[in-house]
Design a protein around this ligand. Structure first.
Ligand code: PMP
Length: 323
């Protein structure tokens, strides 16, 4: 059983309607099946003392609209309607915490690459998902490699669109890393500079300064990345967005991934070279505590990142502490 199966829920939002999980189907002739024409988001809803709260919902839905715009996908739902769709999906499934996957697909039955006139359908799916990079990842850190696969060149696949097709590259990176005994792979961009993980952005710490690749390095403009930059500044650290040569990975005092699924995951080694003194460093720990504290509602939401979800009255009280 996969993590996804075990987290299966009951209800999916489909273009304004809440439909049973089993009915949220598309046809095999759909454009997306043949040509990869989809864009999507990954959003987390955290359990907080005041009930479920979706993290940076507006920013995620804005990025979904940006992805549609890049691929000229006509989106008929507004920013507000998409936010409400996510809230309704959490409430309809009675979830105290979950991962949300809004996805926009080109469907229809028209063959041929040109997507003009092809129907577009939007879904929001919710499921229960724990730590993406493994149970101990947040605490112990993960072992990673530099992938032999490169991130797509800037004039090939636009990295700022969170498009399904981009994840073919991510799959190659991830399969290679796993096959070689690592948890994740770091890709270099088409110029050979550090880009990101297969589904995470990357930060490096050296002498108390944080470094992260800029938007020109073939990265997704991560919302967790942005959150961590803001929190680092709040905590008084300098953050430099800049070109990062591969060898800086081996010189870092601390290294960590950021992402909605990965949250803030320390990196323990790169290519079997131990990072810093081994184990997650103090700046990684401080930022992780701040990030998770705000997301889980135990530290004040000073940036206004949480959107509360009111659950129906008949949802049972939690039996375990969730995220
Ligand atoms: N890069 C890639 C390729 C990703 O898939 C993700 C996950 N969405 C990220 C970075 C991190 O982005 P975010 O923090 O917005 O989840």
């Amino acid at each position: 059983m996969t993590a996804r199966d075990s987290g299966r829920t009951t209800t999916i939002w489909r273009d304004g309607e809440l439909v049973p999980w089993a009915d949220a189907n598309i046809h095999v002739m759909s454009h997306v099946v043949h040509y990869g024409s989809s864009v999507f988001e990954g959003v987390r809803c955290y359990e907080t003392p005041e009930g479920p709260a979706i993290f940076r919902l507006r920013d995620h839905m804005r990025r979904l609209l940006d992805s549609c715009r890049i691929y000229r996908i006509p989106m008929r739902h507004s920013l507000e309607a998409l936010q409400q769709a996510c809230i309704d999906t959490v409430a309809a499934n009675g979830l105290r915490h979950c991962y949300l996957r809004p996805v926009v697909v080109r469907t229809g039955e028209q063959m041929g690459v040109l997507p003009t006139g092809v129907p577009v359908e939007t879904f929001v799916i919710a499921w229960r998902w724990g730590a993406y990079l493994g149970h101990d990842a947040l605490e112990q850190g993960v072992d990673v490699c530099v992938s032999s696969w490169r991130r797509a060149a800037p004039d090939s696949f636009p990295a700022l669109a969170k498009a399904g097709g981009n994840y073919l590259n991510s799959q190659l990176t991830k399969m290679e890393a796993r096959g070689d005994g690592y948890t994740e792979g770091i890709t270099l961009d088409s110029f050979g500079f550090v880009s990101e993980g297969s589904g995470e952005n990357l930060f490096l710490v050296r002498d108390g300064v944080l470094y992260t690749p800029g938007l020109g390095a073939g990265i997704l403009n991560g919302i967790t990345r942005d959150s961590v930059v803001r929190l680092a500044v709040d905590l008084g650290y300098e953050v430099r967005e800049q070109t990062i040569p591969r060898e800086m990975l081996y010189l870092a005092d601390e290294l960590f991934f950021t992402g909605t699924a990965a949250e803030l995951t320390p990196i323990r080694s790169v290519d079997r070279v131990e990072v810093g003194a081994g184990g997650p460093g103090p700046i990684t720990r401080a930022l992780q505590a701040e990030f998770l504290g705000i997301a889980r509602g135990t530290i004040a939401d000073r940036h206004g990142w949480l959107t509360r979800v009111a659950l129906p009255a008949d949802v049972p009280e939690p039996v375990t502490a969730g995220r």
